[in-house]
Design a protein around this ligand. Structure first.
Ligand SMILES: *Cc1c(COP(=O)(O)O)cnc(C)c1O
Ligand code: SF4
Length: 364
């Protein structure tokens, strides 16, 4: 890539064509995609795209395609059911002890598989109004069961350090709020935003800050991205990861283990591997649950225990997340003729990482 690209985020389909990220013939379809779903590719991520590879896993995450115009049955503008659990604008309160707080509707980059794709982007509302912000803070203050506030969006690290420190102070000033967690893609998409001022802004008296990094391919963890994460962790902010299982991006055991290892190398504990949500126009990026379980089996035992995320699905409609990883233990009926008197204990079959089955407790 040329130096002139370094400063600019690509937002228009015509720019993607000019950058040889899409053929000119695709332009009319891409204009239709971009009219509906936001597009942005930052210089840091553009730099990672190998244009000679038609299946480049970075391009696949950020360069729009005509496939996004195709809706599948079951796909939904609110795939994980945030709306039914939103008591006031900006807040999603699904689980008793924690809320999502959506501060901004913009991101540094727009992921083609985004589960909030109908809600995020510069074309949508930009930020909570002052009144809505204060109503959200009041909601959190008046619900003493809220132990954790999860800042999401959009991407909360799109805020200025000054605004961020005000928000952190407001939240940390609420007695029962002990944990403030941010979900972000900024350390990989725009690492320079993780400035010393931003790191300082994330720390607030009275609460502990955690940062969850969203990345889906090891190549996203470039030198500058790793340095941005190191600034956070060195400042005492623990990090976890979240990734989305994506067809053609990380749906093979090499890509997935490389990604998890890259996180651990950066002192980021793998946390969630999300099954692709039923967001509109994203079927081409989803895998099946069986494929996801198979990949999880391949990770287990072959890659360090530090590198094992939980494979989870957000149940459509709003019932929340459930782990959907492979099951390694199956209770068995005890069919021994004397079972009733001698051994009432349930036996289990436990599968090891090679796929071999063992009885527990072992047969004596
Ligand atoms: C995903 C989600 C959370 C966070 O869940 P964890 O399992 O704690 O990471 C919290 N609230 C809502 C509404 C969510 O969708
Ligand atoms: S960064 Fe998150 S909210 Fe923004 S487009 Fe990507 S998945 Fe969606």
């Amino acid at each position: 890539m040329t130096k002139s690209n370094l400063a600019r985020t690509l937002r228009e389909p015509a720019e993607l064509v000019a950058e040889q990220l899409a053929p000119a013939t695709a332009l009319p379809a891409l204009d239709r995609v971009a009219a509906r779903y936001a597009v942005a590719i930052t210089p840091a991520l553009l730099d990672l795209i190998d244009r000679s590879d038609p299946d480049d896993p970075i391009a696949r995450q950020f360069v729009p395609t005509a496939a996004e115009l195709v809706m599948q049955p079951g796909e939904n503008a609110d795939p994980i059911g945030d709306h039914p659990h939103s008591p006031v604008p900006g807040i999603v309160h699904r689980y008793p002890d924690r809320v999502l707080f959506k501060l901004v509707h913009v991101c540094a980059v727009y992921c083609r598989f985004c589960f909030r794709r109908e809600m995020v982007g510069p074309g949508k509302e930009n930020a909570l109004s002052d009144d809505a912000y204060h109503a959200a803070i009041d909601y959190i203050r008046s619900h003493s069961e809220i132990w954790e506030v999860i800042l999401t969006g959009g991407d909360p690290l799109m805020l200025s350090p000054r605004r961020m420190s005000e928000i952190m102070a407001d939240l940390a000033g609420i007695d029962h709020v002990k944990i403030i967690r941010l979900h972000t893609r900024v350390p990989v998409a725009e690492p320079a935003r993780i400035s010393d001022e931003m790191v300082a802004a994330l720390k607030a008296e009275g609460a502990t800050t955690w940062v969850a990094l969203h990345a889906n391919h090891a190549r996203e963890l470039t030198g500058p991205a790793r340095a941005a994460c190191a600034r956070l962790v060195d400042a005492g902010i623990p990090m976890v990861s979240q990734s989305v299982l994506l067809r053609g991006v990380n749906d093979n055991s090499t890509a997935l283990s490389d990604l998890m290892r890259a996180f651990v190398e950066c002192r980021i504990k793998p946390y969630y591997l999300h099954h692709g949500d039923l967001a509109p126009g994203t079927a081409h990026l989803r895998t099946t649950l069986a494929e996801g379980q198979d990949l999880m089996r391949q990770l287990r035992g072959r890659v360090s225990g530090l590198c094992q995320p939980d494979y989870v699905i957000d149940i459509p409609g709003g019932a929340g997340k459930s782990p959907v990883g492979p099951n390694y233990v199956v209770p068995m009926q005890n069919t021994a003729p004397d079972a009733r008197d001698a051994d009432q204990e349930t036996r289990y079959r436990i599968v090891d990482y090679c796929g071999d089955v063992h009885l527990y407790p072992p047969e004596t």
